[in-house]
Structures are given as C-alpha cells and as structure tokens.
Design a binder for this molecule. Structure first.
Ligand code: RB5
Length: 172
C-alpha cells in the first residue's frame, strides 16, 4: 500500500518520524514535505498530499499540522477527498469503516505520538464496510463538487506566497 503524507513546518520532525514508522511497517511512502522548519503554509501540503490520492499515485493520505484543522480543511478542498480530522483511535476507525475516508488528518501539537501511531495503524488496517446508507452518504459528500482546475498546478499558490513574503498577511 502506498501512503501520501504531508505536513507544515510546525510538525516536520513528527512527519519525518511517521515516514520511518510507515516504511518500517512495509508501506511505500510519498513524502510531500515540508522538509524543514522554515515557515510555510499548510494549504500547500494539504493539497499536494491529497492530489496523490485522487490521481491514484497513492492509496491513502496522512496530513498533520499543529492542530490538524488547517491541513485537513485544505485537503478536503481537493475533489474526491474525504479527509477526517481525528483526535482518537475510535474516530480513526469510524472514518474508514463508515465514511471510507481517504485522508487521515491529525494535530501534531495536540496529540501524543502514541495516539497518532495507533490512529494511523487503525485507519490503514480498518476496512470500509459499505452499506446502502453509507454509499448514498458518500455519494452526497462527493457530489458537493469543486472545480479541479488547480489539480497538480505547482504554481497554484505562487500569488499567495508572494503576497505573504511581501508582508501582505500578519505573521502570527
Ligand atoms: C501554524 O501555521 C499552525 O496554524 C498550523 O500548523 C495549524 O495548527 C493550523 O491548523
């Protein structure tokens, strides 16, 4: 199974640890970055990680930022993504078994590494249990359509980043 993973600068060390953790368990990993602690922007890595899933390059995605909120919201904007922001193992299980979530999102500054590893294990190992109801609900979610013009556009955030670098946004 191939896993697409991404994070922002707040939790790079944790992401690097999880890349090793996943590889040790035999998963193939696409590490979308970020790769250091330089201030960056979670929408970039939510989008990159999610794109690998919807294009079929990866089977599932894992995203982490400080709270998990920003990066999960970003991943969810990619058409076909159902990113679940979870804070416990049971929710990770439900996300896969009932929602067939294809991205697991967590807050690296909120949760301990033990919970994060266990949530990942559970998410990856749990099977989706399709029912008529879950199928219809997922169809409804997926029909809340967004345009996909931005898919795999490496320069999609250029204008945003330029404005940021030029002081166009608060730095906190
Ligand atoms: C830092 O940008 C921080 O806001 C981010 O990691 C995350 O917590 C957002 O949800």
């Amino acid at each position: 199974m191939k896993i697409s993973i991404g994070c922002d600068h707040i939790v790079t060390e944790m992401k690097d640890h999880l890349v090793g953790y996943l590889k040790d368990k035999g998963y193939e990993v696409i590490d979308n970055g970020t790769y250091d602690k330089e201030r960056t922007h979670y929408p970039i890595y939510g989008k990159k990680t999610a794109e690998k899933v919807v294009t079929g390059e990866a089977d599932l995605g894992i995203t982490i930022c400080g709270t998990g909120v920003g990066i999960s919201a970003s991943a969810n904007k990619v058409k076909g993504i159902r990113a679940a922001l979870v804070g416990d193992v049971e929710t990770a299980r439900y996300a896969k078994s009932h929602l067939n979530a294809n991205v697991l999102a967590m807050g690296g500054r909120i949760l301990g590494i033990g919970v994060i590893e266990e949530a990942i294990d559970t998410f990856l190992e749990t099977e989706y249990e399709e029912t008529e109801e879950s199928k219809k609900l997922i169809e409804q979610i997926d029909s809340i359509s967004m345009n996909d013009e931005s898919l795999n556009d490496e320069h999609y955030f250029d204008e945003f980043i330029e404005k940021w670098n030029n002081g166009g946004y608060p730095t906190t």
